[in-house]
Design a protein around this ligand. Structure first.
Ligand code: 13P
Ligand code: SF4
Length: 305
């Protein structure tokens, strides 16, 4: 049954001249039909490279918006219109204007998990895998980092030469994991390495053997000689690694580590989106796109190489 749907997806994809981009948190059956799978930075880089006229972004809304910002001539489709990232909505444009007034000398660095509208008010975007490199390369010493206070404080420790002020947002999924979860998981799996996403609270991050983006966590686990790992990010990564590395063992840091928004997209959503009767085409005012593009272009310029 899954194989039949996947074959139909591949046929329709070819017929429509579409490409499928998928974030690592999508289910494995979606990754199997995707043309590119990666973290937020890789998705933005690959969006620019494709010649296809239609891009289907399996992930959440800000990721599809990023594709549209970079590729205005393309039809960009989000298979599940309700798949949003709660963190992207945590700071309103008015709140950011207020913060800019309070910190007039600070450059505004926005995590890519923000709305297109908010990106119009930022100087540069970053992702979890590119933030430290980009901030170190920025000429400004004073940084206002929005909206993720956890990623912001992790990056502040990586960039001791910069004065970094963080906002009060967070990812509700990563922030819900606690130090008690770490203690329980380590007790149950004493030989496992702990791999953690920097959106987690610093009381969790401080116990990690490795901290990185979704792709970086997967690469680390695949290349490490270790055989057991506790995965401190969304549980889809436990599933992917278990399939990709059957000789190793992967355990979730918490059984509740599930992003409902990321898991909204099913293989059937993708199928119906390709059939043209489901999903949402991403649009935005050209003025918003052009202003938001400046911060994403800056991210790709400073984050590459
Ligand atoms: P990555 O850039 O690490 O894939 O993070 C995206 C995200 O939403 C993590 O919660
Ligand atoms: Fe947003 Fe958190 Fe889900 Fe990532 S895991 S998409 S940051 S809610």
């Amino acid at each position: 049954m899954i194989k039949d749907i996947q074959e139909e997806i591949l046929r329709l994809k070819k017929e429509r001249g579409a490409v499928i981009l998928a974030h690592c948190y999508q289910t494995h059956d979606i990754l199997e039909v995707a043309d590119y799978v990666g973290d937020s930075f890789g998705l933005a880089q690959n969006a620019r490279k494709t010649d296809a006229q239609t891009v289907i972004m399996c992930g959440v809304r800000f990721m599809a918006e990023t594709v549209k910002i970079l590729c205005p001539e393309k039809t960009v489709l989000l298979p599940e219109a309700d798949a949003g990232c709660p963190m992207a909505e945590m700071i309103s444009p008015d709140k950011l204007r207020e913060l800019r007034n309070r910190y007039p000398e600070h450059a505004v660095v926005a995590y890519i998990n923000t709305t297109a509208e908010l990106k119009t008010l930022c100087d540069v975007c970053v992702t979890s895998s590119s933030a430290a490199k980009i901030i170190k390369r920025m000429p400004q010493d004073k940084i206002l980092f929005i909206p993720d206070k956890n990623l912001g404080s992790y990056i502040a420790a990586q960039c001791p030469d910069k004065e970094i002020v963080t906002a009060q947002g967070c990812c509700p999924v990563h922030a819900a994991v606690t130090e008690a979860d770490v203690k329980d998981a380590k007790k149950a799996h004493p030989n496992a390495l702990l791999l953690v996403h920097p959106e987690c609270d610093r009381t969790v991050v401080k116990h990690a053997d490795f901290v990185g983006s979704t792709t970086e966590i997967m690469d680390f686990a695949k290349n490490s000689p270790a055989e057991e790992f506790i995965i401190g990010t969304e549980n889809s990564i436990v599933q992917h690694l278990g399939i990709d590395c059957p000789e190793k063992r992967f355990f979730p840091l918490s059984k509740n580590f599930i992003c409902r928004n990321m898991q909204l997209t099913k293989l059937s959503s993708l199928l119906h989106c390709l059939k043209g009767n489901y999903g949402e085409e991403i649009t935005m005012p050209e003025e918003t796109r052009l202003l938001a593009k400046k911060s994403i272009d800056e991210m790709l310029r400073l984050g590459n190489g």
